[in-house]
Design a protein around this ligand. Sequence first.
Ligand SMILES: CC(C)(COP(=O)(O)OP(=O)(O)OC[C@H]1O[C@@H](n2cnc3c(N)ncnc32)[C@H](O)[C@@H]1OP(=O)(O)O)[C@@H](O)C(=O)NCCC(=O)NCCSC(=O)C[C@H](O)C(=O)O
Ligand code: MG
Length: 282
Amino acid sequence: MDMPRPYRSVLYIPASKERALDKARSLDVDAIIFDLEDAVTPDAKVEARDTLKAALKEGGYGARAKIIRLNGLDSAWGREDAEAMKDAEADAFLLPKVSSAADVEALAAIIGKDKDIWAMIETPMGVMKAEEIAAHPQMKGFVAGTNDLAKELNCRFRADRLPMITSLSMMLLAAKAHGIVAIDGVYNQFKDDEGLAAECAQGRDMGFEGKTLIHPAQVAVCNEAFSPSAEEIDLAERQIAAFEETEASGQGVAVVDGKIVENLHVETARKILALAEAVSAR
Ligand SMILES: CC(C)(COP(=O)(O)OP(=O)(O)OC[C@H]1O[C@@H](n2cnc3c(N)ncnc32)[C@H](O)[C@@H]1OP(=O)(O)O)[C@@H](O)C(=O)NCCC(=O)NCCSC(=O)C[C@H](O)C(=O)O
Ligand SMILES: [Mg+2]
């Protein structure tokens, strides 16, 4: 099995803040979203492009995936952002408020057909069209925009996120159907570790690969939640061993800790071990 690229912790960094851009070089995050959109004020938007280009040229971000969030193409800055950043040292370009595959195609027409594109799913139409957006050949990842989603749905923030579970599930289904990455939305109370841990656990249990973050203080909690635990690794190893032994004796089903283990469980167990290996290789 190929070693997967971990996306446990995905930190937003305002592209206008040199100090934060520098700090990210030493943070234990799997990916960075260099943000030209909501984290940058209108009067700083144009200068932020140059600040970001200089930081990316200087490098030092190591194995962290580098994703640039542009402003929407229907905004005053989006098209120029895309033109200015298309040759920057980045792994992908993240388009906010995507509502159709045509939005993705419009970005591809500016930055080129060989670039990876990610989409913020954060509007009702984006959720409804998530499948066609995920199907675009350049689409590689979805990021939930839970703040915009709450605004658009006029729903309340609740600890159990019940009002937005349908939207998150629909985006997950589309992502999984097309084999692309899905990252959960941000947790706004960045000093509340307990609340963050609970929301990370919920996102992980739903099938998200990781969570977007807004502050360095959130990184450790998030990495722990999205890394396979020692118990999960131990169980995966025992499931694989038990299944291989059973298979050698001509049986198709093993039993571990009182639960059946079939071929499909072994595939999940191998994925857990591959992720654990990728995490420890970082
Ligand atoms: C939330 C903040 C405004 C807090 O900033 P600040 O008061 O400066 O925090 P600290 O003093 O505690 O910072 C300590 C040091 O850490 C650095 N720092 C802070 N934030 C980041 C960061 N995001 N990345 C890297 N480094 C960071 C500070 O520079 C300090 O460094 P040092 O001085 O060297 O010790 C701030 O955290 C912030 O601006 N966060 C990002 C906000 C953001 O990106 N918002 C947009 C994304 S959320 C969103 O839009 C989601 C989606 O679209 C949706 O709809 O849901
Ligand atoms: Mg948003």
